[in-house]
Ligand binder design. Structure first.
Ligand SMILES: Nc1ncnc2c1ncn2[C@@H]1O[C@H](COP(=O)(O)OP(=O)(O)OP(=O)(O)O)[C@@H](O)[C@H]1O
Ligand SMILES: [Mg+2]
Length: 252
């Protein structure tokens, strides 16, 4: 991807229909995210945080509007091309981990390296170093169901980082971790993602994450609002909240 790329969401509309009920998740949502930014997404359960991350990753498509990453318009790619694009450029830490249960921890981390055809002589070093960083180097031969929820979450984080993607999308990555482990994981994300100038978009309720963010946005009433939380850098605040409702500034 070209240096200085942005992630642009333009006029996004997204609804889900089930039986006779249609639920509108986003309406006229606009968002621009700069390369290297740490953007935190807040919002009540069911507000659409995971949906937004899925749209950015091209796992799901909007009903209207478009998602553009660098020069790539996701909607113009076939499903296979979107999978390849995601595999190459995006690391996704799923809220429910999505580890492959029949593969060991090591094999789960190996998969993105193999799929991206990364030189096999580097595999061991990359996997060991990340497992050490998430405190699981002793568990590489274990299967996911032999690990606790927090340990699986740490494997999921390592798997999202192992192929060094330009964009990391993390859905409540510290949700199942104790305070200290959560802090270590954030340090790891800082080190592997931010220090390397990569883009990190995180859904979270962690106060600690919010304190590290460049920008904190809340999903509310199908739109995004800039929060009243102080950001590390206010300068590149490029949010364009929903076209109708003004930004809501919480009193913090
Ligand atoms: N595939 C789907 N089919 C139907 N409805 C869906 C689907 N995915 C999400 N939804 C609905 O969209 C809404 C937003 O869901 P989403 O998972 O994005 O919320 P969230 O903000 O991530 O919530 P949480 O904090 O609980 O993880 C919810 O009401 C959910 O039921
Ligand atoms: Mg969610």
């Amino acid at each position: 991807m070209a240096k200085g790329f942005t992630i642009e969401l333009s006029d996004i509309g997204k609804s889900y229909s089930q039986a006779s009920r249609t639920q509108c998740i986003f309406n006229q949502l606009n968002l621009s995210i700069a390369e290297g930014e740490l953007l935190v997404l807040l919002g009540r359960s069911g507000s659409g945080k995971s949906t937004l991350l899925n749209l950015i990753a091209g796992i799901d498509l909007p009903d209207h509007g478009r998602v553009t990453i660098g020069s790539t318009k996701l909607a113009l790619l076939s499903e296979k091309e979107r999978t390849l694009f995601r595999r190459r450029h995006i690391g996704f830490v799923f809220q429910s981990y999505n580890l492959i249960p029949t593969l060991t921890v090591r094999e789960n981390l190996l998969l993105p390296l193999q799929l991206n055809r990364i030189d096999s002589s580097l595999h061991d070093r990359k996997i060991r170093s990340l497992l050490r960083n998430v405190g699981l180097e002793e568990r590489e031969k274990d299967f996911p169901d032999q690990l606790s929820g927090g340990q699986q979450q740490r494997v999921a984080i390592a798997r999202a980082l192992v192929h060094e993607p330009e964009i990391v999308l993390a859905d409540e990555p510290t949700g199942n971790l104790d305070l200290d482990t959560g802090r270590e994981v954030l340090d790891l994300l800082d080190q592997c993602v931010r220090a390397a100038g990569k883009t990190l978009i995180m859904a979270t309720h962690s106060q600690e994450v919010m304190g590290r963010a460049d920008r904190v946005l809340t999903i509310r009433d199908q739109r995004l609002s800039a929060d009243g939380i102080r950001h590390r850098s206010e300068a590149n605040d490029v949010v364009t909240a929903g076209a109708v409702s003004p930004p809501v500034y919480g009193g913090k």
